[in-house]
Write a protein that binds this ligand. Structure first.
Ligand code: MG
Length: 397
């Protein structure tokens, strides 16, 4: 068995097909929505968000550059390459493009399987590390027969030995690239999956447990079936909370929720001390389990002195996008005796929505006093509490 040389894990997303079986539409099926999101975007999100996958190489059709740019917006991916006339040629284009990165393991996945789980991706990588080449398979429940030219049964196959095979298929990179190159040299262009090429080249291919939910969207009925998928397949829903406090000091205005409000004091802090945007930033980072604002922007770092806090929130928003996630909702509560927040509520909501790139009806701003109790009640400072709800791709099965 070939060793993976300790290199990174790469994923090739095959998205160059024309999708003619999916019914009449002006765009290929991988650019049509499935479960409320463009199919390719959902698939890219699975791999962009997989912590083990370092490189994502998409293979697209030369006509689809503009559609691709939209589908991949915000993800950290390698530049796409154009595919060939067959799936086999497209995968080879992806493999060749990855050569400069010398990956250890490569996963090959069809854009038309947007419901693979993060657990399946992890299983594929593990299986390839252990065996050199591994594919997900499911036991078949239908009896399968081969037929002859006239449509009569040739043979009834032994069901127990059969597996319906899916993607991602996972391989040690070097031998798969070599097998593809050899297929070109020997003018073989009839392989329907990468395991078949590996098998032909003499690589032993292991089978690990696939997922019944990892359906391939091929026919119009598959799009309808996808709409009925359990909600956990439509996203890994996360909630994060964030709390921040800043003390009053000398000054004539505060900045809360990105809005400048005249006041008898200012809030003290290293940046502009926007307690609301700091709490929201931590809430988003919390939803991603991605540390906190202080770790990403150390207060000891002079470059954040007086910084406008929209950049902190923008950073967290970009972290969500890089994971293929979407912000479903932001909820903020500000605790102070003064200044009055109510008159500025909608301006804050609009500003937060702008920074987060979401609709204003997904942003709530609430305010309360603490009945003159505690540090907020004594007018020593302001506290803010935030909750963020984020949908990441690839919920567990
Ligand atoms: Mg703060």
């Amino acid at each position: 068995m070939a060793s993976d040389n300790g290199g990174k894990v790469a994923a090739i997303i095959v998205a160059a097909g024309r999708g003619t079986r999916a019914g009449t539409s002006d765009v290929p099926k991988q650019f049509r929505p499935v479960g409320g999101e463009v199919m390719l975007r959902r698939t890219l999100g699975l791999f962009a968000g997989a912590p083990e996958v370092a490189l994502v190489q998409t293979v697209i059709h030369a006509d689809d550059d503009a559609l691709y740019r939209q589908a991949a917006e915000g993800f950290n991916l390698l530049p796409p390459v154009h595919g060939g006339a067959t799936r086999q040629a497209s995968v080879r284009a992806g493999l060749e493009a990855l050569e400069a990165h010398a990956p250890g393991i490569v996963l090959v996945h069809d854009a038309a399987r947007p419901f693979a789980s993060s657990a399946l991706i992890a299983r594929a990588i593990q299986a390839a590390r252990e065996t050199g080449a591994a594919i997900p398979g499911l036991a078949v429940t239908d009896t399968i027969k081969s037929i002859d030219r006239d449509g009569f049964v040739g043979e009834t196959l032994a069901r127990a030995t059969l597996r319906a095979v899916q993607t991602p298929q996972a391989f040690v990179y070097g031998p798969l690239l070599e097998a593809h190159r050899r297929a070109v040299r020997e003018k073989r262009d009839d392989f329907t999956d990468d395991a078949a090429i590996a098998e032909w080249a003499g690589v032993k291919v292991a089978v690990f447990e696939g997922e019944s939910g990892n359906i391939k969207i091929t026919n119009p009925e598959d799009f309808m079936r996808a709409e009925a998928m359990p909600t956990e397949r439509l996203g890994d829903i996360r909630t994060g909370t964030g709390i921040d406090v800043h003390a009053f000091g000398p000054g004539d205005h505060v900045v809360i929720g990105g809005i400048r409000i005249p006041h008898t004091h200012a809030l003290t802090g290293h940046s502009d001390a926007d307690v609301a945007l700091h709490a929201l930033t931590d809430a988003l980072l919390g939803a991603l389990a991605d540390s906190d604002i202080g770790a990403h922007f150390p207060p000891s770092d002079p470059q954040w002195r007086g910084a406008s806090s929209d950049r902190f929130l923008k950073f967290a928003v970009e972290r969500v996008a890089a994971r293929g996630g979407r912000i479903a909702h932001l909820d903020l509560t500000i605790v102070c005796e003064a200044p009055k927040i109510g008159p500025h509520r909608d301006a804050m909501r609009a500003e937060i929505a702008r920074i987060a790139g979401i609709a204003i009806d997904r942003v709530a701003v609430k305010a309360t006093t603490s009945e003159r109790l505690g540090f907020t009640g004594r007018g020593e400072g302001i506290a803010a509490y935030a909750t963020a709800t984020v949908r990441l791709p690839g919920g567990e099965p």
